[in-house]
Design a protein around this ligand. Structure first.
Ligand code: GLU
Length: 443
């Protein structure tokens, strides 16, 4: 058994119930073994055992009063995974599925993702099993205030800087920021994804979706292809999906699907970005409403979009939303590229199947890093008390995505796995964290 296999075994024994965390950790550890072979000093320093164990986990009660005057209690979490490269950084997920296993998988992914951006950010993730869906604005506000009442003692501009994720958008970040400011009497760069009127960065809202499409363009150029005229199936209808649709269509692609947890919409005329924004951002509605005003579009209840014919699939919803069956359908229908806009949307066996069948595959930690990268740019602007133009931020985002692509491609090639971006992204992200951890001693 090699070093990474031994650590995977320890994790399986110690964290039996944490299936998502084991899935993510195993995927990462399996692929970094060649780097471990090249650096025997890592094992002597217990580096991988330390990497997979979060530096700190905070779990807390979040009590709040609903509109009927009834007391509700949710569970809040912050997993401060790794601070070797900078203050902890990562989103807050508000969704009923949230548990420690999911947040640990996301925190570990975030650590390597943030490393790939080359910006000085450690990795973290947090959240709660609170479901903002169907709640009034005042209920969401009271929840956020209660959540921050505990979180405030664990975060800070040089300690931990949370942001949005599933269920946490501009509204929630605003309430969290207001509460932080009230508790501390300090206006600090302690959250990213803020509104433009109070320190947010232009292009942060667009960044994850735009960044994923910039990453895809790198992949296409590698194969001497162009995005123009390509058919793309996208899943999700939230922030990532919306701006992936927008950028892909702007560049001449034909996006035919979007989805939510109830089903998906197929629009042969190309997904209407403005309608999507109206339904999701303004009305906070469900995606099935799309077909009311789009006569050629069809809604498929309880189905995922992966059976539709496309050149490129971009899963932008949530973890494990593209399984082996879906992968088989994509390959059978001639898909050539899969780009993860969400975090770990493709199951491990589906990823392997896609790669074996000649699909060029981009893992989320590389392809969706544009969001957190732009959070890093928001922090820079806050710290210099300036705000940059949309074009300036977008250009920097574009450069960062090109660089992530290049480092993943080069690392894969250097270690004899040319073309395997899963491998390359894991190795490139890992090596920088490893180097910083080695330099900082056993801590
Ligand atoms: N939640 C996003 C992610 O998965 C963004 C995190 C951030 O901006 O800190 O990367």
């Amino acid at each position: 058994m090699n070093y990474s296999q031994r650590v995977i075994k320890q994790l399986q024994e110690r964290y039996k119930d944490e299936s998502e965390f084991i899935q993510a950790a195993s995927e990462i550890l399996t692929t970094i073994q060649p780097a471990l072979d090249a650096h025997p000093e890592y094992e002597r320093a217990g580096l991988v055992e330390r990497l997979v164990e979060p530096e700190r986990i905070i779990i807390f009660r979040v009590p709040w009063v609903d509109d009927e005057g009834k007391v509700q209690v949710n569970r809040g979490y912050r997993v401060q995974f790794n601070s070797a490269l900078g203050p902890y950084k990562g989103g807050i997920r508000l969704h009923p599925s949230v548990n420690l296993s999911i947040l640990k998988f996301l925190g570990l992914e975030q650590t390597l993702k943030n490393s790939l951006t080359t910006l000085p950010m450690g990795g973290a993730k947090g959240g709660s099993d609170f479901d903002p869906k169907g709640k009034s604005d005042s209920e969401v506000m009271r929840f956020c205030q209660s959540f921050m009442a505990e979180l405030v003692r664990h975060i800070g501009p040089d300690t931990d800087v949370p942001a949005g994720d599933i269920g946490t958008g501009a509204r929630e970040i605003g309430y969290l920021f207001g509460a932080y400011k009230k508790f501390t009497n300090k206006w600090q760069s302690v959250l990213t994804g803020k509104g433009l009127s109070y320190g947010g960065s232009l292009a942060r809202t667009e960044a994850t979706g735009f960044g994923a499409v910039y990453f895809l363009e790198n992949m296409l150029h590698q194969k001497n292809e162009d995005i123009k005229g390509k058919t793309i199936a996208i899943s999700g209808a939230g922030n990532v999906a919306q701006y992936a649709v927008k950028k892909a269509e702007e560049l001449g692609a034909h996006v035919v699907t979007v989805s939510d947890s109830n089903g998906y919409v197929y629009d042969p005329n190309g997904v209407d970005f403005d309608a999507l924004v109206q339904i999701k951002q303004v009305e906070r509605g469900r995606i099935k409403e799309y077909v009311k005003d789009h006569r050629d579009a069809q809604y498929h209840e309880n189905e995922r979009p992966w059976g539709e014919k496309c050149d490129i699939a971009m899963p932008c919803a949530t973890q494990n939303e593209l399984d082996l069956d879906d992968a088989r359908k994509l390959v059978a229908n001639g898909a050539k590229y899969v780009v993860e806009g969400a975090n770990m949307p493709t199951t491990t066996d589906a990823t392997e199947y896609l790669q074996k069948n000649g699909v060029f595959f981009a893992p989320g930690k590389a392809a969706n890093a544009g969001g957190v990268a732009t959070s890093g740019l928001e922090m820079s602007q806050n710290h210099e008390h300036l705000s940059w133009s949309f074009e300036e931020v977008d250009d920097k985002l574009h450069d960062i995505m090109n660089n992530i692509y290049k480092s993943a491609w080069d690392a894969a090639k250097q270690y004899g796995h040319e073309g395997d971006l899963v491998f390359g992204a894991n190795i490139a992200g890992f090596l920088k964290v490893a180097d910083a951890m080695m330099a900082q001693g056993i801590c």
